[in-house]
Design a protein around this ligand. Sequence first.
Ligand code: BJW
Ligand code: ZN
Length: 285
Amino acid sequence: MLPCFLVFLPPSPPLLKLTPLFAALRLTILSATTHLRLDPLAQARAWLGAARSIAVLTGAGISAESGIPTFRGPGGLWNNHRPEELATPEAFARNPKLSWEWYDWRRQRVSAAQPNPGHRALAGLEQKAAEFTLITQNVDGLHRAAGSRNIIELHGSLWRIRCLGCGREEENRAVPLRPLPPQCTCGGLMRPAVVWFGEALPVDAIHRAARAASQCDLLLVCGTSAVVYPAAALPDQAIAAGARVIEVNIEPTPFTDYAHLSLRGRCGEILPQLVASTPASESPL
Ligand code: BJW
Ligand code: ZN
């Protein structure tokens, strides 16, 4: 049985985020107007079926069911490893071998993992949608492995490495990667081509993501704590541009109160049900 929790809100500007008073008002409106006409999953399917342009934002939660640890929360990577010791430009400069050992461990773990039903459901959704963009914060490459094609990797990829000397970037799938740290043909030190705190996201990726979020009819926000910017601003941008936004997460997030619909449960369980054929004729509310 699917555990579902519904928050059903009229679209509203993200400005309401600005003050607790507005947030309280919004919740009051919510409790006064939450008369469910469809069950949450049916409502979400109706909106999906009616959407011409669909965007999806994913985070570590969608890969959790493939055995890849999330960053925050129970079992999260940041519980045992401090980002500032491993995953910042300063940490890498201080001790590139230590940082690489951690990335090498993660590469080994991901290389042994398979996409799960959540990844596959999104790949299936891409086949059905007239326009579809998958924006991911994940660096594991599991969306591509599942068959998704129009993917924007906001935080880079575990499978690409970049030279700090000449800037050359290459795909590298060696597992384990040796020697550590790897060296470029120019003699420079290679680093993982991922985005660390304090670093700018790839310009093209964030522009394309912002465009997809502001041009879609519907944005699905799946398995992200929605706390890391600028990715966390994309759902607000979608709402401001008039899109419906549905969140899928096992826990509430700072975005939950602003989502039009919040489905509480695992991506690997909810997404396949959401994407299971929905006739476009199911009229949206
Ligand atoms: C499930 C589930 C299941 C579990 N089903 N759900 C204030 C405003 C704006 C910005 C900032 C600010 N203060 C500081 C900043 C900057 C900073 C930031 O946002 N910090 C916040 C923490 C406050 N941002 C940056 O530094 C970014 N760069 C930047 O801003 O540059 C500015 C600049 C401009 C010009 C020049 C120079 C600079 C860069 C951010 C980079 C993030 N990097 C990481 C590491 C990537 C590499 C690596 O993998 O090692 O990206 S951090 C980490 O967090 C990783 C993730 O992509 C990212 C987001 O995490 P995610 O995916 O949401 O995972 P979790 O673990 O947080 O959440 C999992 C969720 O899944 C939970 O909600 C669970 O409940 C759920 N879940 N199982 C469904 N089965
Ligand atoms: Zn080089």
